[in-house]
Design a protein around this ligand. Sequence first.
Ligand SMILES: [Zn+2]
Ligand SMILES: [Zn+2]
Length: 348
Amino acid sequence: MKAALLYGINDLRLEDIDVPSINDDEILVKNRKSFVCGTDVRMLKNGNKNITPGKGIIIGHEFSGIIEKVGKNIKGYSKGDRVFIAPNIGCGTCVYCISGNSHMCNDYQAFGIHIDGGFSEYVKIPVKAIMHGNVIKLSNSVSFSEAALVEPFSCVYNGFERAQISPGDTVLIQGAGPIGIMHAKLAKMAGASKIIVSDVLKERLEMVKNIDPSFITVLSVDVRKEVNILTRGIGIDVSITACPSPEAQSLSVELGAVNGRIIFFGGLPESKQNVPLNTNIIHYKQLIVSGTSKASLGQIHKSVKLLESNLIQLKDLISAEFPIGNVQLAFDKAIEAKGLKYGITFER
Ligand SMILES: [Zn+2]
Ligand SMILES: [Zn+2]
């Protein structure tokens, strides 16, 4: 089978390797769709400390496919089932895992980071992933492309749940990448009256407008001024920072409406993690400031349901898809960062 293995910094190799064999407690998935994520690009640029030198690891953690083989001890799954694989496998016994927060587990294993992942024609699913509920069956109403996007979408869903958007709220999303646009889509579904999306790049804002003309797009330099006009000085009910920018975090506090909620969704580079915030605004305006990271398995399952119901569509976030033979091209495009999501397809 064809697979893309990462051996080290800027050392991604397309190889022909054996299809993994499975034991009686495992599942083999024939992959149908994978997406390149920012995490993959960072691993390509900075390396991955989990790689054994000379051995390489199949990267990719956003993928969906069809069950090809089921170990004889595994119940509830059959050959032909369409599935999405939640990539992070918690240890199962720590305080986070037992409280339904396996995404906070310190001892987790992830497809494409610790174990072989999704840029490969077949993926072996270990017993722990099956028993923890990481193998999620899909109805026919969701495409493999949209299902593979459940991973980033579920992280957005986590932020969305915490933001508590009510019908009529004014929402500001700073950062118009795929994540920011997913936030905007959920805000619209929740009934937000104004959804303002900002970015430093004009081209990104044009993409946002093409996806949904009802989103109000604003260049980052104009956010302060435009929010004042659009809200008549009242401010923003829900602010979400979908970018690695300390300035965006400060600004979201500055622009908060009374009882506003702020979600720091995008993490910051280590060198910029101490951010000046006017905490008096938080105090006097009763703001709730929170962060979210990754998604719980429960949120992942709910995200699948949302996509199956067609309440949310993600097709329009896909800029291009390439056959696995052109995996390098997909990475080049992702690094160029002119589009949104770049996918990998596999022969049927
Ligand atoms: Zn991802
Ligand atoms: Zn754990």
